[in-house]
Design a protein around this ligand. Sequence first.
Ligand code: 5GP
Length: 116
Amino acid sequence: MANTTIFSKIIAGEIPTEFVYQDDFCVCIRDIAPQAPTHLLIVPKKPISTLANAGAEDQALLGHLLLKAGDIARQLGVGDAFRLVINNGAGAGQTVFHLHIHLLANKKFTEGNLGM
Ligand code: 5GP
């Protein structure tokens, strides 16, 4: 059975959401509850539930997501000061079980502080 989450509904256009970026493989949306002045989510169109559930066949897709995160950060003008976060599993704070990368920026990140 397909992994249906709020993100698959957004990707399918069932929930109107502005796409900051999209291509054949992913979308980028603004987080509904931002933890930083800039808080985006980069979401693959393929509904992989968690990073740990990605397989060897997802290697190119995972690389694509990271490269797009860098491109989007450049386009936003946040330069080299941004943080990417992937929560894997409920115990690590994952609440939507459709893989996504948080892109956080325009916030003062304390050195060594991995909190969001
Ligand atoms: P997680 O906790 O799974 O790593 O992150 C899920 C993120 O999705 C949270 O930061 C939450 O605010 C965001 N989120 C949940 N529902 C929606 C929604 O309907 N629209 C958007 N844009 N973000 C959402």
